[in-house]
Write a protein that binds this ligand. Sequence first.
Ligand code: NAP
Ligand code: MG
Length: 455
Amino acid sequence: MSTHVVVNPATEEAVTEVGSASVEETDAAIERAAEAFPAWRDMAPGERARLLRRFAALVDDHIDELAELEVRNSGHTWGNATWEAGNVRDVLNYYSAAPERMTGLQIPVAGGINITVHEPLGVVGIIVPWNFPMPIAGWGFGPALAAGNTVVLKPAELTPLTAIRLGELGREAGLPDGVFTVIPGKGSVVGERFVTHPAVRKVCFTGSTEVGKRIMAGCADQVKRLTLELGGKSANIVFADSDLAKAAAAAPMAVFDNAGQDCCARSRILVEQSAYDEFVSLLEPAVQGIKVVDPADHSSEMGPLISAQQRTTVQGFVDEVDVAFTGSAPSGSGFWFPPTVVLADSVDQRIWREEVFGPVVAVMPFRDEAEAVQLANDTEFGLSGSIYTRDVGKALRVSRAVEAGNLSVNTHASVRYWTPFGGFKQSGLGRELGPDAPNAFTDVKNIFISDEGPA
Ligand code: NAP
Ligand code: MG
């Protein structure tokens, strides 16, 4: 069996070694999931709900252990990692209420009765990236299991440890064999097999737009159901009438949280011309104040990048432009990169157009509301965005005009497990989270029952 050495990105030290599944091992896991499906689908809804609540309770009992694993494997700050483990618990609890509520319609017809039912699909394959290993896994397996599917899940090769532990906790909670299986391995092996194996009836992918497009093309072959959560280049639009101090204080963590490795990062800041100089002067101390230290230190606000390769990629973007100012970062071992601010001079610059996935933000002035919307929408992406203004009408108009799935006004908080999440344009396809997520793991069946008597 081939293995992968898991590295602590804050120290570059090896943490442990994890096996990488072969195609044969992946097939065996998919086949076990397919065998487990009928009994899981047919289990009484209240029983499925009870098992999911037990799973949630076990995750809650292990928050510190899971967070500690994530700090070491992914370099996430302690504060973020505990939130992330708690998010898995909350998602499981929320969707544990779904099995008894997967209701259909009764539609009036002549000559009988017509009902709709939500049939689970079968085996669902979830492909998780390295940036938020726990939440993104839970957003997939929580509603998929609740809707009566069995799940095979591939964590990113760089960050498999919390997913493996969650798989163990699911078994300990009493999920039957084959209902939820974590399969560590390479995207080109395990991930590809989810796309090509006919027993996998839906693929739930989060990651790069490039790989997402290939998965979409691959799924076409079997008309396989698909959810995509891809990249972003989201705008933070600051109007001159906003509380500028508040907007400037909030802007850094809206992009530098998780060292900028966040598909929702507000990595373009658009500032109304008349407030531009003041905003930039307020932004500088806010950026310099970010505490970039060992993520195991509970006061750390930003950790390292995930890998040497990611640091090289981020450095490549920064090498092309003039840096206005930066925050601090530790020197020595670890894949550190300081929070970095660039004043963009052209919409054609790569820093303005492409997802950096690192702690780099580009700032640009705009003239008026129309130009703000035009600049915000001048991108192939459309995941999230923020609007800062005291004018409610303007907030509403701009929120409706920006082509993105998740907008927030006078805050950057736009992800909650009980509200829908997903992208416009090339940021994705379909929605996760929110009340409708379990339905995305079903097909609707329409049944007409004739009331004719025997012929
Ligand atoms: P990626 O290649 O898209 O990886 C995401 C997941 O897909 C990983 O589990 C990966 O497996 C798997 N995968 C890779 N190739 C696959 C294939 N051919 N078939 C099926 N699964 C496959 O992302 P990355 O290379 O880690 O990161 C590159 C860039 O993508 C980042 O710099 C960032 O811009 C973007 N990104 C976006 C998000 C997001 O949340 N939207 C998340 C991560 C990355 P492995 O374990 O083998 O890598
Ligand atoms: Mg890749």
